[in-house]
Design a protein around this ligand. Structure first.
Ligand code: ATP
Ligand code: MG
Length: 223
């Protein structure tokens, strides 16, 4: 569950400022699959970064799973982010010198150094249809496959919320469909909460709810 109240984000200072979020209020319940849509520059990535604790708001309140994250120290935020949140970005950002399997389980060591995630990573890679590619390297698989690896990596710590910022923007239509169906399945079959930013009008049919942003404000919430 995410609750945000009167959230503002102002970038820059002095005369050179951009008011990117202008008082956002919303709630996202556990188990929802939500798309955040809106034109370029409407504030989608800004909102997602703040919800995902990758950036700070200028003002407003944010509660994630009942915790007032705005009152957390930098260190507490880091730990919460690692253990409770997962991210998928437009650029898959895999590490080229690590194998597919290592890419998925090594980051989890930062959160839990004493647990062996290789088994879980293998299962997740099987789930995304890449069980045969564990020892390959990112450069040896397609863009769509790299994105599925990035999704497996985001899930390795069993995050309460999975955030995705334009996860299909770098993919061809067919790979994009595979990735969107994967999010859909994760949500339906595992109850995974997913918050996804997208540009593509057609993506609406995969999600339960669409929150529309326009110039830093919510101007639609359907579903
Ligand atoms: N780091 C930054 N410094 C200054 N201004 C920023 C910064 N990041 C974003 N902005 C501005 O804030 C506004 C919202 O940007 P944001 O990236 O959230 O939009 P978006 O909806 O994700 O757009 P896109 O669809 O192009 O990714 C824009 O006017 C943008 O120029
Ligand atoms: Mg963006």
């Amino acid at each position: 569950m995410i609750v945000i109240r009167d959230l503002h984000k102002i970038y820059g200072r002095g005369s050179n400022t951009t008011h990117a979020l202008k008082g956002i209020n919303m709630e996202i319940r556990e188990g929802e699959f939500v798309a955040i849509m809106g034109r370029s520059g409407s504030g989608k990535s800004t909102l997602l970064h703040i919800l995902g604790l990758l950036d700070y708001p200028s003002s407003g309140e944010i509660y994630i799973e009942g915790i007032d994250v705005s009152r957390m120290s930098r260190e507490q935020r880091g730990g919460f982010r690692l253990r409770r949140l997962g991210y998928v970005f437009q650029e898959y950002s895999l590490l080229g010198e690590l194998s597919v399997l290592e890419n998925v389980y090594l980051p989890s060591l930062a959160a839990n150094p004493y647990q062996d995630y290789r088994q879980r990573a293998t299962e997740l890679l099987e789930m995304v249809g890449l069980g045969e590619r564990l020892t390959h390297y990112p450069s040896e698989v397609s863009g769509g496959e790299q994105q599925r690896i990035a999704i497996a990596r985001a899930l390795v710590n069993s995050p309460g919320i999975l955030f995705a910022d334009e996860p299909t923007a770098s993919l061809d239509v067919k790979s994009a469909m595979v990735v969107l169906n994967l999010f859909r399945r994760l949500n339906t079959e595992r109850g995974q909460t997913v918050v996804m930013v997208t540009h593509e009008p057609g993506d609406e049919r995969y999600v339960d709810r669409v929150i529309r942003l326009s110039d830093g404000r919510i101007d639609g919430d359907e579903g």
